[in-house]
Design a protein around this ligand. Structure first.
Ligand code: ADP
Length: 541
């Protein structure tokens, strides 16, 4: 027997319709690429998205067409997203930190038909456009006055283009299973792979990410997504923000400590999210200036492991709650968040910070398990680590074009490529990428644990640990350190600081210093490059 409730498709235009109806005057503030801070509202964002959808449809773009965006977080970028989705298209976010050849490869793989871009990226788009045969139109997110000279054909200034539409348009009826968004994983190994989000997965992901024990945001929040919209959907905030009618503050292209502080302060931001590198810059700025964060209540930190010292600085010095989170492009991206269940709610001091080192528990909609190499499930005891596998309605079922099929099994589990343990209360902790875990004497050593420990040393700015081949043990860890400016710690200083805090057989065999550690386009340590750099390095003994 079927239920007798209404069919109400979970489609993304319902989110912007809701925001415009229930929260019409709530502001969307942007640091524009042209310079000044600009202000809009959810009502205006919706009205302008309708124009985008109307124009795309009028110009012959079809439901299912991939329309790229190569842009910073701004209100205009949000309008482009909702306009593209609203005409039945698929927004395809491009990461400008990739090499131009890689971006062109990705655009060709996705057959992008148009691109919305910022002034910043015009020189890049001029290089890309001739290499992407499917591309028919370039829309520059600016006004006529700021349009640069360009030899490219079919280029328009966004504001001028919008004047050609009146917004009298019905959102396309494509159904909740239709694709609406796309993002390629950065592909630290092999070619990038496309993740194709559906309306339904985006709506469900936004709902689950707002829940009190997830991000816990509401209409009274002022939300600053520093995490870019091109980095795994700004962790869903482009959809969850309007879904709850929050005021949004969009940082544009400036992510340095001073610029972010300015927005946090003047717009009275209560909630923000980004990778650790961004927060490192903010904390350094605060330390130098003595400024405080009186309005900020919560910061979500993820994308790579949040160092303990960072959690402690936010919580102890600035009174800001840190939510450590884990996720992947393939998961829309949220997988887990470290908010406190009753079992841990009374923890304080070191006990609390121990828990906050974990990436946390899965919200409703994410199922997790850990397995050994034979796919047998491992216990949730907070110690035994294995391959982390996930499934859920906002987790990829396959990659675009069928690439990477071996990461998905018949029961619907996706192999994340991460190695983790899960404790008896369901809190997961990443111990490594499966490619980076160090296998010493048949046992596994977590490179992330060692890195976290090393950056706790006051003279260490950044640390990376890689496994080097070893005759007796198979592999042994090498610690690679960038010292803090003006400091000159010795290797033995750092090792004695770490001693006693991990099993003795985990201790790195050697420490080496570098000026810089290479990073991927999403801000993670590029271990492949380090392994090449230190190939043939002789460990002592
Ligand atoms: P890519 O950088 O390959 O595009 P994502 O940005 O989707 O991929 O990153 C996903 C990966 O980032 C995860 O599989 C995990 O290894 C790492 N990651 C994300 N959050 C955390 C975290 N809080 N702690 C440790 N690793 C994390």
């Amino acid at each position: 027997m079927l239920g007798l409730m209404q069919e109400w498709p979970l489609v993304c235009h319902k989110i912007i319709d809701y925001a415009a109806r229930q929260h019409p005057n709530r502001e969307v503030v942007s640091r524009s690429i042209e310079g000044p801070i600009t202000r809009s509202t959810w009502r205006e964002v919706r009205a302008r998205s309708l124009k985008v959808a109307q124009l795309l449809a009028r110009e012959g773009f079809q439901p299912g067409d991939r329309i790229a965006t190569l842009a910073w977080n701004t209100g205009r970028h949000l309008e482009a997203w909702f306009g593209i989705m609203g005409m039945g298209g698929v927004y395809h976010t491009l990461n400008p930190r990739l090499f131009p050849d890689q971006i062109a490869w990705i655009m060709n793989h996705a057959s992008d038909r148009a691109i919305f871009t910022d002034l910043t990226f015009m020189p890049l788009v001029e290089k890309l456009a001739p290499a992407v045969e499917s591309l028919r139109k370039v829309i520059v997110l600016t006004d006529a006055a700021h349009m640069p000279e360009t030899a490219l054909p079919n280029v328009v200034a966004y504001e001028e283009w919008l004047t050609e539409a009146d917004g009298d348009f019905e959102w396309a009826d494509v159904g909740e299973k239709a694709a609406c968004g796309m993002c390629y994983t950065s592909g630290t190994t092999g070619d990038p792979k496309g993740v194709l989000y559906s309306h339904r997965s985006n709506v469900l992901h936004a709902m689950m990410s707002c829940m009190p024990d997830a991000m816990g945001i509401g209409a009274r929040d002022v939300v600053l997504p520093v995490v870019p919209m091109f980095h795994a959907n700004a962790w869903g905030l482009g959809q969850s923000g309007p879904m709850i009618g929050a005021k949004m503050v969009m940082p544009g292209g400036k992510m340095d400590g001073e610029s972010i502080y300015e927005l946090l302060d003047t717009e009275k931001v209560t909630f923000t999210a980004a990778v650790p590198t961004v927060w490192l810059m903010l904390l350094q700025y605060l330390e130098q200036t003595g400024n405080k964060l009186p309005h900020l209540e919560k910061v979500v930190i993820g994308g790579s492991a949040c160092p303990r010292a960072m959690t402690e600085a936010f919580e102890k010095v600035y009174g800001v709650e840190v939510i450590h989170a884990w996720g992947m492009t393939e998961m829309s991206p949220l997988g887990s968040l470290c908010t406190m269940k009753p079992e841990y709610a009374a923890f304080t001091g070191n006990d609390l910070f121990d828990i906050k080192q974990k990436q946390g528990a899965a919200p409703f909609g994410v199922e997790m398990k850990i397995t050994d190499d034979d796919d047998a499930e491992l216990p949730w005891d907070g110690k035994t680590f294995g391959r982390l596998k996930v499934r859920g309605p906002a987790v990829a079922a396959s990659y675009y074009g069928g690439d990477g099929a071996d990461q998905f099994d018949a029961a619907g589990w996706f192999d994340t490529g991460d190695v983790a343990h899960i404790d008896e209360n369901g809190y997961m902790q990443i111990t490594d990428r499966s490619k980076d875990v160090i296998k010493s004497g048949g046992e596994w050593i977590s490179s992330i644990d060692l890195e976290n420990l090393a950056v706790g040393h006051p003279d260490v700015a950044e640390a990376a640990v890689i496994g080097l081949p070893h005759e007796k043990w198979g592999e042994r860890p090498l610690l690679i350190v960038v010292a803090r400016e003006g400091r000159t710690p010795s290797g033995s200083d750092i090792l004695s600081f770490m001693e006693g805090k991990v099993a003795s057989w985990w201790m790195p065999d050697d420490v080496t210093f570098v000026d810089e550690i290479p990073h991927t386009a999403t801000g993670k340590i590029k271990k492949t490059a380090l392994r090449e750099q230190f190939e043939g390095y002789k460990l002592p003994g």
